[in-house]
Design a protein around this ligand. Structure first.
Ligand code: ATP
Length: 120
C-alpha cells in the first residue's frame, strides 16, 4: 500500500515536470479545455464524450512518453548522434500522429454541431 502511494507521488512529480519542462503542454491544456467547453456547450452524447476523453488523454499520454524518451536520450549522450536524433524524431512523430487523429476526431464529433449552429 505504501509502495503504491509512493508510486503515485512519483507519477505526480512526473506530471509537474511535464508541465514545467515542456511548453507544448500549454497548447495541450488549451485544446483539452476547449474540447470540454465545446462538449458541454453543444451537449454532446455520452458516446461522443468517450471519443473526446480518449483523444485528449492520448495526446497527453504521447507527450509524456515523448518527454521521457527525450530525457532518456539526453541521459545516454548529449553529443550529436544520428540514432539519438532518430529516436527523438520518432517520439515527436508519435505526438504529431495522435494530435492529427485527435483533430480529425474533433471534426467528426463537433463538425455536425457546428454545421447545425450555422444552419448548414
Ligand atoms: N543528441 C542528438 N543527436 C542528434 N540529433 C539530435 C540530438 N538532440 C536533438 N537532436 C535533434 O533535434 C531535434 C530536437 O531535439 P530536442 O531535444 O531539442 O527536442 P525538442 O524539439 O525540444 O522537443 P520538444 O519540443 O518535444 O521538447 C530532435 O528531434 C532531433 O532531430
Amino acid at each position: 500500500m505504501i509502495g503504491r502511494i509512493k508510486a503515485l507521488r512519483f507519477a505526480w512529480q512526473g506530471l509537474v515536470f511535464l508541465w514545467k519542462g515542456e511548453p507544448t503542454t500549454r497548447f495541450h491544456l488549451i485544446g483539452t479545455i476547449a474540447a470540454i467547453i465545446a462538449g458541454f456547450a453543444f451537449g454532446i452524447e455520452r458516446w461522443e464524450w468517450v471519443f473526446v476523453i480518449t483523444f485528449t488523454t492520448l495526446v497527453w499520454f504521447a507527450e509524456a512518453v515523448n518527454t521521457a524518451v527525450e530525457r532518456l536520450a539526453d541521459a545516454v549522450t548529449l553529443e550529436h548522434h544520428p540514432l539519438i536524433g532518430k529516436a527523438k524524431d520518432v517520439a515527436s512523430a508519435a505526438v504529431l500522429i495522435i494530435s492529427l487523429g485527435a483533430a480529425a476526431g474533433g471534426v467528426v464529433v463537433f463538425g455536425p454541431y457546428v454545421l447545425a449552429l450555422l444552419g448548414v
